[in-house]
Design a protein around this ligand. Structure first.
Ligand SMILES: [Zn+2]
Length: 129
């Protein structure tokens, strides 16, 4: 994404991995689909490995080359799952300056901003009571 300008003026930067103020929203309707894709890919990779058809499996799931053929099984499953999650999730950011939440609108490049009801320093309401 690059940068997202918050309503308060702060630039929310999204240029690396493992960002503490970034998250993802996965709709409840997509949880089973994503889970099935993960488990189906694990099953099919194990089966391909057992039948000595690993290279065919890699070519079926990735563009070889440039995709390498010497990765660990877990790395390939990670890549497949990551690409599916990118398709199915919305980005969510918390502005580090004002605490606003920015949620990606659908799968567009637009964001809706939500202002916290309470001051960040006054604590968080327990919604599970
Ligand atoms: Zn802000």
């Amino acid at each position: 994404m690059g940068k997202l300008r918050c309503i308060c003026g702060h630039n929310i930067v999204d240029q690396t991995d493992n960002i503490s103020y970034k998250g993802y929203i996965l709709s409840d309707t997509c949880v089973d689909e994503v889970s099935d894709i993960l488990t189906d890919n694990i099953d099919s990779l194990i089966e391909a490995n057992n039948k000595n058809e690993r290279l065919d499996w890699i070519k079926k799931n990735f563009i070889v080359p440039p995709y390498p053929i010497d990765l660990k099984d877990s790395a390939m499953i990670h890549d497949l799952l990551s690409s599916k999650l990118i398709e199915k999730t919305q980005d969510i950011f918390e502005c580090e300056k004002c605490g606003r939440i920015a949620i990606q609108v659908g799968l567009t490049n637009k964001f809706s901003f939500y202002n916290p009801d309470s001051d960040k320093s006054k604590g968080i309401l327990d919604s599970k009571k």
